[in-house]
Design a protein around this ligand. Structure first.
Ligand code: KG4
Ligand code: ZN
Length: 357
């Protein structure tokens, strides 16, 4: 890795409710600065992200993180060779904060600004590691790769061929998987966002197991597409019709049942992907991939089918700016990506929705 004499790539992420700045030191193949400030406690009382509050907090948090950066590295400006920020998709008013701060820093330092697609950053985050070796070397990847991105806003299957051309071959027809977890969590009265809590409750053992008077069987689209709104509604109807007290044991039973359904579904979809596309590697990323049971399941499928599985380290599963800086590095080096001065940055048709820039 090298980026002329200046060797640092500064990444900024403000697409939703995490404000993050990360710096990839391309010479030493490590992140020299990583900070994520979450807004979750501020949005929790509203049960979801409040856009105006989010953009205000991004402004405050970006300033706070840059102050930390200046304290830790007073001469950081001299080392930065390019600046990157998420410019789509996400909440426009939140994206604008990171994009404006990023472009301003880039202009003031007279370096390139690289706009980054958030989903594409999640996609390549499967190559990040927590080891001192730094990100996995792209030369070690055996294409074709099929990547599953499961987050709060997206559920996407992307295939990367040996030229790193990408094709989207599956998505959700309605809600994203993380959204479904969050809605089930809300229904059970668990804190926002529900995903990690539903997982945690599904691992608890009930004192007095509840025999649920409903079974969640939900039709799924064929192939590699997903649909989660039916499942979410089935959980709601099931819980309402059961009209049982919302005891801890009841919450545990519903969480377990819901989690089982998700596990079976993901196994089925990964198997369909293996059968239909015969990838050499499967990648998994996005906030939901922090889920330990899901990680374990996908790894098992890989072992059984002799397919290499690369799962984003849990540290980088949720929104972060290290993945933004890393994708900017790949673009800077010309891997997979169009030149940053071209008007449409992402080569991926799936990502070519109107840009928020
Ligand atoms: O990637 P991310 O941080 O933000 C988006 O780009 O959407 O993903 C956030 C989503 C939320 O829906 C959250 O509930 C879910 O990831 N999530 C989980 C877990 N940890 C986070 N879902 C299930 N199990 C988890 N352990
Ligand atoms: Zn995300």
């Amino acid at each position: 890795m090298s980026c002329n004499q200046k060797t640092w790539i500064l990444g900024i992420e403000t697409s939703c409710d995490e404000t993050a700045i990360g710096i990839l030191d391309t010479e030493n193949r490590r992140f020299s600065f990583e900070k994520v400030l979450t807004q979750l406690p501020a949005h929790a009382p509203f049960g979801g992200v409040v856009p105006n509050l989010a953009s205000k907090l991004h402004l405050d948090h970006t300033a706070d993180i840059l102050t930390d950066l200046s304290t830790q590295y007073p001469n950081w400006r001299e080392k930065v060779c390019c600046v990157a920020a998420t410019t789509k998709p996400g909440l426009v008013t939140s994206l604008l904060v990171g994009a404006t701060v990023g472009q301003s820093i880039a202009k003031s330092l007279n370096v390139n600004f690289i706009p980054i697609d958030h989903c594409e950053a999640h996609l390549y985050s499967s190559l990040l590691t927590e080891s001192d070796e730094g990100p996995e070397n792209l030369d070690h990847v055996s294409f074709p790769v099929c990547a599953l991105i499961i987050s709060g806003g997206h559920t996407l299957w992307i295939e990367l061929d040996k030229n790193m051309e990408s094709t989207c071959f599956g998505t959700t027809l309605d809600d994203a998987l993380g959204e479904c977890f969050d809605k089930v969590g809300k229904l059970l009265g668990l804190p926002y966002p529900g995903g990690p809590h539903v997982e945690e409750w599904s691992t608890r053992e009930p004192i007095d197991p509840v025999d649920l008077p409903f079974t969640l069987s939900v039709p799924m689209p064929d192939g590699t597409d997903f649909s989660f709104s039916g499942l979410k509604t089935a959980v709601r109807y099931g819980v309402e019709k059961a009209s049982m007290p919302m005891t801890e044991d009841f919450k545990i039973s519903v969480s377990k049942h819901f989690h089982d359904v998700i596990e079976r579904l993901l196994v089925k979809k990964v198997q369909t992907c293996l059968r239909s596309r015969s990838p050499n590697e499967i990648w998994l990323s996005g906030g939901v991939s922090a889920n330990k049971k899901i990680r374990h399941l996908i790894e098992e499928i890989g072992n059984k089918n002799d397919v290499l599985i690369r799962i984003v380290p849990r540290k980088y599963a949720g929104d972060n700016a290290s993945m933004i800086a890393y994708l900017a590095y790949l673009k800077y080096k010309g891997y997979s990506c169009r030149n940053s001065d071209e008007p449409e940055v992402s080569p991926y048709s799936v990502f070519s929705a109107p840009s928020s820039r």
